[in-house]
Write a protein that binds this ligand. Structure first.
Ligand code: ADX
Length: 200
């Protein structure tokens, strides 16, 4: 249950119906929620998918740390509380995009099952959990941003997979194993999932 401080709110009722949106866009709205360790490939996949879906004429956008943690969540760090609040805000924003008929691909570690569950509740049946799976050893060997090295050296505290937990999703709608698949193969899996579940 979402806590709502303001009373006397009416049920959301848009002048443009979901059916009208789907008819115009050729697809349902949806949140493609990518979760996984830092370096697992979430952002890479999100941006590749964005490009592909746009080329197909979809209404699509990406939310990731680069655009969200600079603005909407610029007051938040990486403590458990801050991560929860980060995911809460992103979950709500993503749900609004999905209600507006868009496909929104989110790329956040979102390490806590409880927080992902809350994001799922916000978007209801429009929410799709994708586990971008790569173990710590694989992510650390890539270390694209050099952060694992810093975390091991104690220069970054509470680093996911090193000194902070990652709770694997128990029942993801899709698992994309980036330790095994190429970026191309992984994007195709995602595209195929979207074709089956969102395109009309
Ligand atoms: S989340 O846990 O709140 O979902 P989010 O996905 O927004 O995290 O941000 C993760 C990104 O922030 C990482 O990919 C990494 O580049 C950077 N980062 C900086 N400090 C940390 C940290 N302590 N733990 C994890 N990621 C961190």
């Amino acid at each position: 249950v979402r806590e709502v401080k303001s009373g006397n709110l009416s049920e959301e009722d848009y002048a443009v119906s979901e059916e009208q949106l789907v008819t115009r866009n050729g697809h349902r709205g949806g949140v493609i929620w990518l979760t996984g360790l830092s370096g697992s490939g979430k952002s890479t996949l999100a941006h590749a998918l964005h490009e592909r879906l746009f080329a197909k004429g979809c209404q699509v956008t990406v939310l990731d740390g680069d655009n969200v943690r600079r603005g909407l969540c610029s007051d938040l760090g990486f403590s458990p509380e801050d991560r929860s609040e980060n995911i809460r805000r992103i979950g709500e924003v993503a749900a609004l995009f999905a209600e507006a008929g868009m496909i929104v691909v989110t790329a956040f570690i979102s390490p806590y099952a409880e927080d992902r569950k809350r994001a799922r509740t916000a978007a209801g049946d429009k929410f799709h959990t994708v586990y971008v799976k790569a173990d710590v050893t694989t992510c650390e060997s890539r270390d694209v941003k050099g952060l694992y090295a810093k975390a091991r050296a104690g220069e970054i505290q509470e680093f996911t997979g090193v000194s902070a937990p990652y709770e694997e999703p128990e029942h993801p709608d899709l698992v994309v194993d980036t330790a095994e698949l190429s970026v191309q193969e992984a994007v195709e899996l995602l595209q195929d999932y979207i074709k089956r579940n969102l395109l009309v």
